[in-house]
Write a protein that binds this ligand. Structure first.
Ligand SMILES: [Zn+2]
Length: 291
């Protein structure tokens, strides 16, 4: 892996030039070369298997991961992971198809499997200065001139909520609705009440339910967006990035897949400072495997 924060295609080609090199990396990430019998494991030529030199025990290092039983060459897989890792505004299957020279179906499957692995990101509670805000995303329905179609338009959009620890990580969830109860459940599961200043907009449903938290709010309805260090600008910026990216990259995202797309934005946010570490983190999630 490159020492710098950056990780380029040249680094990728140097670190993982062949399927054999990738397989060695996968083996060493998950197993020791030393067998308990005293022998040592070696790759079997032309197979995705390693065998102990003494007791002949065999290990398939990709077992339980997305790389197992995949017809896609491992170097292409790692190239896909690299592209995904660098795509901060997301990557569509169409674009991955073009970049890798694989079929659309193959590109689509690779992307959905990478996103699936992201669902298991850290679940430590956020603390310190934590901003939370809800929003609606998706849908192209107009509410009508006099808002007569507002309820239809809103029902086509998915309610989402985010909490972001300043200088730290983000958590985002698709909710069935934005009732006080749903929002409060998310906040309780996500934010540590001890040692936290919870920043919200006054108009959120959290009014009645953020008890137990030291809550500070700005009143957007009165055009108040910042009061001292009280604001939800980090979440607002995150929403803007997600909405712009979804429009630009995917056009439309179905409600069914929305959470996994959001997980990808959260992954990029939580690993935003270091390209090299982000790529390594993504490989780590995919290699944990065995789901
Ligand atoms: Zn052995």
């Amino acid at each position: 892996m490159a020492k710098e924060n950056k990780y380029s295609i040249r680094d990728l080609k140097r670190d993982f030039p062949t399927d054999e090199a990738v397989l060695d990396f996968i083996f060493d990430s998950r197993h020791s070369r030393k067998c308990s019998c005293g022998g040592s494991y070696k790759r079997i030529t032309r197979r995705k298997q390693y065998q102990c030199s003494k007791c002949r025990y065999q290990i398939a290092p990709t077992a339980g991961t997305v790389f197992h039983k995949s017809d896609t060459p491992l170097v292409l897989w790692f190239h896909a992971v690299f592209i995904f890792s660098n795509a901060k505004s997301g990557i569509s299957a169409k674009e991955l198809e073009r970049q890798l020279g694989v079929t659309y179906k193959c590109a689509w499957r690779i992307l959905s499997q990478i996103r699936k692995a992201l669902g298991e990101q850290g679940d430590d509670k956020l603390r310190g200065d934590v901003e939370t805000d809800a929003a609606y995303i998706g849908g192209v329905y107009k509410a009508g001139k006099n808002n007569e179609l507002l309820s239809v338009a809103v029902s086509k959009k998915a309610p989402i909520i985010a909490a972001i620890e300043r200088g730290g990580e983000a958590r985002v969830k698709v909710l069935p609705n934005l009732t006080a109860k749903e929002q409060a459940t998310f906040v309780e599961k996500t934010v540590n009440p001890i040692g936290t200043r919870l920043m919200t907009d006054k108009t959120t449903a959290l009014d009645r339910v953020a008890w137990g938290y030291e809550r500070h709010f700005v009143d957007h309805s009165r055009k108040e967006y910042v009061r001292g260090d009280i604001h939800v600008n980090n979440v607002e910026t995150f929403w803007a990035h997600v909405k712009r990216s979804v429009r630009g990259t995917y056009k439309v995202v179905s409600k069914r897949h929305l959470q996994s797309y959001l997980d990808a934005f959260v992954f990029h946010y939580n690993n935003r400072h270091n390209d090299s570490a982000r790529f390594a983190a993504l490989l780590g999630m995919l290699l944990r495997g065995a789901r």
